[in-house]
Design a binder for this molecule. Sequence first.
Ligand code: GRF
Length: 222
Amino acid sequence: MSTRCKTAILISGSGTNLQAFIDAVAEGRLSLELAVVVSNNPDAFGLVRARNAGIPTACIEHGHFSSRDSFDCAVANKLDEWRPDLLILAGFMRILSAGFVERYRGRVLNIHPALLPAYPGLNTHQRVLDAGEKWHGSTVHFVTEELDGGPRILQGRLPVVAGESASQLQARVQALEHQIYPEAAGWVGEGRVEYRDGRAWIDGVAADDPIVQTFDLSGKRM
Ligand code: GRF
C-alpha cells in the first residue's frame, strides 16, 4: 500500500476515534488520505467532525433498506466512488455481510473495546467489571466474517481500578483507542502490517498474537 493510502472511515456515532485520525493526519503523525466518512446515522456527530475537517461525507441510512445485503451493497457502491485502499470501522454499529467482507478482504480494520479474544460483542466494560478482571483495553483487528474475530494487530491494555464505574473505564479505554487506532492503521497504510492467508503479518512475520502496549493510570503508554 502507498504511504498516502486512501482511507474511508465508517461511523455511527460520536466519532471520537474519527477525530483522533483527523488530528493525527493534521499533525503529521499519520500519512493516510482521509477520503470520505460514511455514516448509517444522519445524526452522528462524527459527520460534523468530518465536515469541520473538510472531509467529504455520505450518509446511508440502514432503515431505508430491506436487508443487510442491500444496505451493504449501497455502502459498497458509495465507497467505490472513492476507491479506498483501506476502510476504518470507527464505532460503525452495523454487522457487515459476508459479501461486503469478501469484497474488501484484508482492507477493513475495526477497533473493539476489549482484549480480544476475551469479551467480543457489546457492553464489554460492564462485563469486565462484573468479572473482576484486572486488565481491560481495546484491540485493533482485521475484519473477517467472524464478529470481533479477525486477526489481531495491536492491543492497548490498562489496569482496571477498584471501584471505578463502567463509564469511567470506558473513558479510559477510549483515550487509549485514540492512540492505538491511528497508529495501527498507519502500519497497514505503510505496508508494515498486512492481511494474508487469513492472518495478520507484522513486519513480514505471521503474527498469532497482536502487539501489546500497556498504558498507565494516567493514560500514558508505558
Ligand atoms: C469505540 O469505543 C470503539 O471501541 C467501538 O465503538 C466506539 C466508538 O466510539 N467500536 P467513537 O464513535 O469513536 O467515539
